[in-house]
Write a protein that binds this ligand. Sequence first.
Ligand code: HMG
Length: 417
Amino acid sequence: MKKQVGIEAVALAVPRRYVDIEDLARARGVDPAKYTAGLGAREMAVNDPGEDAVALAATAVARLVRNNEVDPSRVGMLVVGTETGVDHSKAVASHVQGLLKLPRTMRTFDTQHACYGGTAGLMAASEWIASGAAAGRSAIVVCSDVARYGLNTAGEPTQGGGAVALLVSEKPDLLALDVGLNGTCSMDVYDFWRPHGRREALVDGHYSINCYLEALSGAYRGWRERALEKEVVRWGDTLPGEQLARILYHVPFCKMARKAHTQLRLCDLEDAPGTSTSPEAREESAKSQASYNEQVASSLVLNARVGNVYTASLYLALAGLLHGEAAALAGKRVGLLSYGSGCCAEFFSGVVGEGAAARMARADVDGVMAARERITIEEYERIMGLPSDTPEPVEPAPGTFRLAEIRDGRRNYVGGA
Ligand code: HMG
């Protein structure tokens, strides 16, 4: 039997505070419907300086290891995908390794390419395992980020933060990856960037949406070409994209997943052999509400409550989908689209495992989300104004980590017990 490789288990960490998105809209004098219906948001996570990419990653990995009884001596690689790392040189992964006292024998490194960095890590890990070089060992891939645009900017309602840790192995209880089918598309563009020394990202918002859609088209067509060759999908009564039970997208804001799905359908409708429909009819069909409801909507529950989590956003959608539908989707194939500004997109697929529901129960998604506290916009603005290098002295909740202080450029963390 061909070796299976993929995601065995997942764990989440989110900041302990959030704002209601309608409160933010009212404070900015904006019609709340713009943020709810227009962007698809409900709530937005608020990171304080103690909840940096290291603290969130370490909290997520601690939960992954504890909840799934992972034997650290069997883990040969620890990768952190992040675009909000804390040092130009020292890897977030080395902090996580130290905080969790993981074995010295593992390979540790960070991967960076805007929101695509986590997927780069997942592919490095899964292809390392598939190649046989891992010799039976597993990998941990953590996506951890703080999405920050600043007060009173167009990007403000699309901020957020958190981390998603993935155990990658030859026992893919959650998702067995279709190794070798992936399609990629990269372009040199300035759609979103954060020059050295800046805390807030710079973004050409509407252009970034176009870049995302163009890169999606290239990546999806690449995947589809290989999936057709291997007869994973086919041209027939239904479109190739419709043969995937669900499609998960990178979610900078929830409405983006709807735009992405329309674009993916348009690729199929335009390329279908012998098509004689008009461009107008294709555009109309691409927007199908029924298709969006069936294939996409259910994956957005967590993203709507956390906001953009950059590298982790696609994997938060995966956790949200499987939290609600793991049992119903067992044995079914789903598609995943990762996008990172700058830019690189990758479309890949996998089959949901029979063990997914049991693994999701261990992730305790409801418990993690319920531990959060809703704050006022005044409190959110106070937190946004705090300097990044002087975290408030707050006792971390049991099992979580926090940045405690920075001395001579060295960061000290507390918590974990
Ligand atoms: P904006 O210009 O303020 O908003 O910023 P808008 O005018 O485009 O309106 C947004 C939507 O709300 C529109 O819907 C409006 O019609 C609707 P659409 O036409 O797009 O379907 N709307 C309303 N709906 C109901 N009632 C109302 C109402 N008013 C308006 N009263 C923008 C929006 C997303 C550009 C901004 O928030 C932004 O710049 N965000 C950050 C950039 C971003 O998220 N880009 C996404 C693609 S790039 C990416 O995903 C990579 C990224 O994650 C970074 C990385 O890779 O590291 C960002």
